[in-house]
Design a protein around this ligand. Structure first.
Ligand SMILES: *[C@@H]1O[C@H](CO)[C@@H](O)[C@H](O)[C@H]1NC(C)=O
Ligand SMILES: *[C@@H]1O[C@H](CO)[C@@H](O)[C@H](O)[C@H]1NC(C)=O
Ligand SMILES: *[C@@H]1O[C@H](CO)[C@@H](O)[C@H](O)[C@H]1NC(C)=O
Length: 606
């Protein structure tokens, strides 16, 4: 295993770079090179609007314009040595960053930025489908932007004009690579998602693979490689298992590569003979790189010996230091005219949206998962012990339990300016708070236990009950089980086992991803000190206007509207059935985002 160690200090990199003006300079790191091959892929997934990159984390500070320049240089390399490069994106491009969420309408700037990258296979995530107007725009704008690259194997939409149900995009695509002539059949799936608005229909993957078109596509003659893309986790993945088996039933030996997403982790899994799957993280932190060598091609009849078929993966930290190294460029040769333009368009959109406006300055870092709960460094503790009590003290007249779900928080708060942008990173959800009056204290106190799976019945059981009543909640609340458990498990695998202290005194190693996957521990391009992630509860509760010792007879339950169905369900189970009609809005409908930014403005001066 050869990898070069290239420590290099680029302290003034930002002076000549093309990432965002306020982006911090990347830090020294030790890099493993790209394992370049016959067919190479770059993979993005779950970017969630972070096309400006991370402006408070040097390690992930390159933007979409830089990605465009990077892909350009790798394409040049492919053209020079006769290999090929394909770009993949597996969905959830929207929601979760001010660049997308702060505009009216949402995403006003995003699509004119994104479309400048050439993408060869692009597919849909669940976040493109929550609101009907998001999927309509996907259909009317994004699909045409990417033309035949957009694939929707199991997704239909009611046509916004005719009302007719039709595929959002073509079901599959057959193409031949430019330089090698590798003959590819590709699919684009979404996991079996139920939380979509009623203008789209997601067909269960088990049914899609039985469709005639799919059965015909996997029997296409002279295919050198199946490229299965999907907004689908690669591990413990019922959907990818089904697709893999279906292809193998028709073609026992044709190489397969699967690209997945959704769980926000770096991962790489061996599916079986000549089949691997890769997942490339989240939020523009990671550019996944994968190469396959030893594929047959349409250009000659040479069948490569079996042993030479190799798959290799690398997770690239998305910063200019990494991008220069991997493209053999420097600050002057890296930016392309198009990349520079797109970076400028992003900067101008951020300026229009005033995203750098600071409400206040955070005195320290607050972590979502990098600190246990409760803890002085825990974002959840900050919310439950300071922000919520302050926000509700005035508004609440009677003893109340205020329940918030950790899923309402998406990202950490870093020491320094807390900006308009930060509010969307930390809590992009727009729902407000509601109250249920006069609930017997004993039942109210047990709601939290149920929501946290500590009661006599587990939430999945409740969900099974709820499904019969047509309340389908699994996918509305990704951070509640089973999704949370899955992604935390995966994160723990990614960050290594046990508690490892950060090597704060080792200047060569910045804390970051230390991924372990089916190919070992050498996937990350950058050698990092590991980060410890902690399990935090699904929900936390603040007692306002009473202490549990007082044992009040009745309390009001206040909660984020997002979890209303869960709360009502839990109460029903506890013998206190209440209806939606009995709930009232509180705080004048202010959302969690507004509550947090208002508190920051009052308490944290710069
Ligand atoms: C969709 O509707 C919501 C709610 O009215 C709005 O906030 C959002 O900007 C709309 N999005 C688009 C793409 O029109
Ligand atoms: C979808 O829901 C809207 C209300 O949210 C309703 O007006 C419409 O008829 C529904 N459409 C279908 C196809 O069920
Ligand atoms: C970059 O933007 C300039 C000014 O808008 C334009 O003239 C030029 O054609 C653009 N270049 C590319 C490669 O898009």
């Amino acid at each position: 295993m050869h990898f070069s160690r290239i420590p290099l200090l680029l302290a003034y990199l930002h002076l000549a770079c093309s990432s965002q003006p306020s982006a911090p300079a990347p830090i020294t790191a030790t890099l493993r090179p790209l394992p370049w091959g016959q067919l190479n892929f770059l993979h993005t997934t779950d970017t969630h609007g972070w096309h400006a990159g991370h402006l408070q984390e040097p390690q992930y500070s390159a933007d979409w314009g830089d990605y465009i320049s990077f892909a350009h240089h790798l394409q040049q390399r492919a053209d020079a040595d006769g290999s090929d490069l394909l770009l993949i994106d597996t969905g959830d491009r929207v929601e979760g960053n001010g660049l997308y969420d702060a505009s009216n309408p949402k995403g006003k700037y995003t699509f004119d930025i994104m479309k400048h990258q050439r993408i060869d296979v692009i597919t849909t995530g669940n976040h493109e489908l929550y609101a009907a107007n998001t999927s309509v725009r996907e259909f009317e704008e994004v699909v045409p932007d990417f033309r035949d690259a957009y694939i929707a194997s199991n997704l239909d939409i009611y046509h916004p004009k005719t009302g007719k149900l039709e595929p959002l995009a073509p079901r599959f695509r057959q193409f031949t690579t430019k330089n090698q002539g590798i003959r590819i059949v590709t699919f684009g799936f979404l996991f079996n998602f139920h939380g979509n608005a009623n203008n789209t229909v997601v067909q269960p993957v088990e049914d899609t693979v039985k469709e005639q078109w799919f059965q015909d596509a996997i029997r296409t003659e002279d295919v050198d490689l199946f490229v299965v893309t999907g907004h689908v986790p690669v591990r413990d993945s019922q959907e990818f298992d089904v697709i893999y088996k279906a292809i193998r039933d028709a073609k026992w030996d044709t190489p397969i590569i699967l690209f997945g997403g959704h769980t926000h982790v770096r991962d790489y899994k061996k599916y079986g003979n000549k089949a691997y799957a890769m997942e490339s993280g989240r939020y523009m932190e990671t550019l996944g790189f994968l190469s396959i060598s030893g594929l047959s091609t349409g250009k000659n009849d040479v069948v490569h010996p079996e042993a030479s078929l190799t798959y290799q993966r690398r997770y690239v930290d998305n910063n200019l230091f990494s991008l220069y190294q991997h493209s053999d460029t420097d600050a002057s040769t890296f930016p392309t005219p198009l990349g520079t333009n797109v970076s400028a368009a992003i900067a101008s959109a951020r300026k229009d949206l005033n995203l750098d406006h600071a409400y206040g300055c955070a005195p320290q870092d607050y972590w979502l998962n990098r600190a246990p709960y409760p803890h002085p460094d825990s974002l959840l503790s900050l919310l439950n012990e300071q922000i919520i009590p302050d926000a509700f003290e005035e508004a609440i007249k009677k003893p109340s339990i205020v329940i918030t779900n950790s899923g309402a928080l998406r990202f950490d708060i870093f020491e320094g300016p807390f900006t308009i942008d930060t509010t969307f990173l930390v809590s992009p959800f727009t729902s407000g708070f509601r109250v249920l009056r006069d609930v017997p204290y004993e039942a109210a106190a047990n709601v939290l236990k149920l929501l946290n799976n500590e009661g006599p019945i587990m939430l999945p059981d409740l969900l099974a009950l709820a499904d019969n009543g047509n309340v389908v909640l699994h996918d509305l609340l990704p951070p509640l089980p089973p999704a949370t458990e899955h992604s935390l498990r995966a994160q723990q695998r990614v960050t290594g086992e046990g508690q490892i202290m950060l090597h704060a005194d080792d200047p060569a190693l910045v804390p970051g991803y230390t991924t372990t996957d089916d190919a070992g521990k050498d996937g990350d391009d950058t050698l990092h000190a590991p980060i410890q992630f902690y399990n935090v509860p699904n929900c936390v509760a603040a007692n306002i206007g009473f202490t549990p010792k007082a044992n009040p007879e009745k309390v009001d339950i206040v909660y984020n509207e997002f979890i209303q169905d869960w709360v009502l369900l839990a109460l029903t189970y506890l013998g206190e059935e209440r209806s939606k009609e009995e709930t009232e809005m509180v705080l004048g409908g202010r959302s969690m985002t507004e509550v947090i930014s208002g508190w920051v403005g009052e308490k944290w001066k710069c």
